[in-house]
Write a protein that binds this ligand. Structure first.
Ligand code: BGP
Length: 483
């Protein structure tokens, strides 16, 4: 099995699931800090306080009342505050990942660490110095930094005072963040991602927007389209050969049957996802947006010049996550994201009900490259499972080795047979981190076990799993250990 020499292999993470360091180093609070832990059956909650002092909580992807402000309830546990403490372990973690032979590290910037409220005129030097040391440590270990500027959060002040991405003021604050990052890091960082999974964002935690209704969500996303294009324009002014992408959740959607109405439903459902790439890779709202917005009761308010900005500054490559596949039929009930969750009777599932479908990753590479003819970067894939350690905290995660082995074989076919330019692959959560959807530690993805439970108790000790040694051999043998 041959892979291109220059294909990047690494680990991916998000600050509010991995970094921790809450309240340290001048870090301001971000919306993710107000999301409690949950489980596979209990939703994570956003806690808030009303002007009259009454407090409440709403499930992470539902609206919170107008006028409510984020509030930390001292009786609750908020996983982002410690996460798995990359903040104090980054040198050790990068060394462990580098010792596997990996040559890429995807991580995100905590916006509140650079601009605590989003409103400051000058960036927090302690925050910039922290990320600069991460970047330098990566480069010293021959690892290409791949930086997500905004991974599903905003400074809570921007949410409380401006309703987050509802306001065009947040565009200006975001561009101020980009300027601080590009000014400081452009000479060392080539690969950027402006927003994580923009196609599945909604609500307070991700957008800082109080309402989760389609109108509020798509208007906020329009402002992110503008911010993305202006960030691309700015990035090129600092470094001409930089590569800027947006990241999308692209697990494919298959038609549940060959019934024509199901096949057409699949096309319709998939357009709910491809819509975002159409706008940012082609540079204009697609023809079918009209139908989609009418169905959702959405009317985008644009400023003069918005369309020119989007048209003139499109993404250089397409970053995406692909964990599983889903199905759609004429009966599919669509949630706002367009990610249908009908399961596939032909596929096994993980403990969290995510279908295991190695071919899906090759399918998406072909589907997306055919449509956009831009390079691809697989920046999230992996198997979230309950890993049970022995008395030495060692985990024999043979199931994860099988998952990766089978997915890597499909990536190899996409690159070597289908001739698709894949820039790299970063497995989600190379060092165990907190699950986004459930807030659990129990749902582990890593090559490296972290001694911590669902409530943040533990030594935070890092211990390589069986998959760590398998991946090290994969890198050493350049993929010859695939079965
Ligand atoms: C994606 C997010 C990541 C990560 C991943 C795994 O949607 O970009 O932040 O969380 O999902 O999901 P989970 O953590 O819920 O298992």
């Amino acid at each position: 099995m041959k892979f291109p020499e220059d294909l990047l292999w690494g680990s991916a993470s998000a600050d509010f699931q991995y970094e921790g360091g809450f309240g340290e180093g001048g870090r301001g609070n971000v919306t993710g800090d107000y999301v409690t832990n949950g489980s596979h059956t209990v939703p994570r909650m956003m806690t808030y306080i009303m002007p009259d002092g009454t407090t409440g909580a709403s499930a992470m992807r539902t609206s919170i009342p107008e006028g409510a402000k984020a509030y930390l309830d001292e009786t609750k546990y908020y996983p982002s505050h410690q996460a798995t403490d990359f903040y104090h372990h980054y040198k050790e973690d990068i060394q462990l990942l580098s010792d596997m032979g990996l040559n890429c590290l995807r991580f995100s910037i905590c916006w509140g660490r650079i601009f605590p409220t989003g409103e400051e005129e000058t960036p927090n030097e302690e925050g910039l110095a922290f990320y600069e040391d991460i970047i330098d440590t990566c480069l010293e270990n021959n690892m290409e930094p791949l930086i997500t500027i905004c991974h599903d959060e905003v400074p809570v002040y921007l949410s409380d005072e401006y309703d987050g991405w509802s306001s065009r003021h947040t565009i200006d604050c975001y561009l101020k963040l980009c300027k601080a990052l590009f000014e400081r890091f452009s000479s060392k960082v080539k690969y950027w991602i402006t927003f994580n999974e923009i196609n599945v964002l909604s609500g307070f935690s991700h957008l800082g927007v109080h309402s989760c209704e389609p109108q509020a969500t798509f208007q906020a996303v329009h402002h992110m389209f503008i911010a993305n294009s202006l960030a691309i324009k700015m990035a090129k002014e600092y470094r001409e050969d930089c590569m800027v992408a947006v990241m999308y959740a692209l697990s494919p959607v298959y038609s549940l049957t060959c019934k024509p109405e199901d096949v057409f439903a699949q096309l319709d459902v998939r357009r709910r996802t491809l819509f975002y790439i159409d706008v940012m890779a082609r540079g204009y709202y697609p023809n079918y947006a009209d139908k989609m917005f009418k169905e959702l009761g959405v009317e985008i308010k644009m400023e003069p010049g918005d369309e020119d900005i989007i048209k003139a500054n499109t993404i250089d490559y397409i970053a995406f996550s692909c964990y599983r596949s889903t199905t759609a039929s004429a009966k599919t009930k669509l949630d706002l994201t367009g990610l249908s969750f009908d399961t596939n009777p032909y596929l096994e599932q993980t403990a969290w009900g995510w279908p295991i479908d190695p071919q899906s990753i090759r399918f998406v590479c072909n589907e997306i490259y055919d449509r956009y003819q831009k390079p691809l970067f697989i920046v999230e894939n992996g198997m979230g499972e309950v890993d049970v350690p022995d008395e030495n905290l060692y985990v024999n995660d043979a199931y994860r080795i099988d998952y990766l082995n089978d997915h890597f074989k499909e990536i190899q076919k996409a690159v070597e047979i289908d001739k698709i330019p894949v820039l790299g692959y970063t497995m989600w959560g190379g060092v165990d981190l907190v699950s986004l959807s459930t807030g659990e530690m129990k749902k582990r993805y890593g090559w490296i076990y972290v001694d911590m439970d669902d409530l943040g108790n533990g030594t935070l000790k890092r211990v390589p799993k069986a998959s760590y040694y398998w991946m090290k051999e994969f890198m050493e043998t350049k993929g010859q250990n695939l079965k």
